[in-house]
Ligand binder design. Structure first.
Ligand code: SF4
Length: 145
């Protein structure tokens, strides 16, 4: 019984819930100075930020092909947003936004908190954290896995 109680408590104490992750992302003062190798033990928090991407990123992700670049913008948007990984197009920035799952994570983040498209990931992701909400800093959070 006591062991069952302790087991229940340990399950309840999981800290990286969607709410905690959201708070952590918003509070830039809690972000860590980025150092090479940190990603290996991180929960993949940068992949919970909204990601805007260019058409060229969608081509690299094989969501659009060269043929789609010849279409009108309206047709191209229709094609791109057919893919479940693309949620919308913003005309003011001329960029697409990747879909975030209900827990806030990127559509392409796998169950091990790693990018399923790492080799083809968008420039926004490649440039993080040099370019981002707090340049040089990332929202590192130790993985519970
Ligand atoms: S595309 Fe990959 S690296 Fe970029 S946010 Fe999504 S999971 Fe992360």
């Amino acid at each position: 019984m006591a062991n069952t109680f302790i087991l229940s408590l340990s399950k309840m104490s999981k800290k990286n819930t969607p709410g905690i992750i959201e708070e952590h992302l918003k509070d830039l003062s809690r972000w860590s100075l980025y150092k090479k190798g940190m990603c290996n033990s991180c929960e993949g928090l940068c992949c919970y930020l909204p990601v805007e991407v260019k058409v060229s990123d969608l081509v690299r992700l094989n969501i659009l092909i060269d043929f789609h670049l010849e279409l009108t913008l309206k047709e191209q948007i229709k094609e791109a947003t057919k893919h479940p990984g693309v949620s919308r197009y913003t005309s003011s920035s001329e960029k697409y936004t990747l879909t975030q799952k209900p827990d806030g994570s990127c559509y392409f983040l796998d169950s091990k908190k790693r990018c399923s498209q790492y080799e083809n990931r968008p420039d926004t992701c490649r440039n993080h954290p040099s370019i981002g909400p707090r340049p040089g800093y990332c929202a590192y959070m130790k993985s519970e896995a």
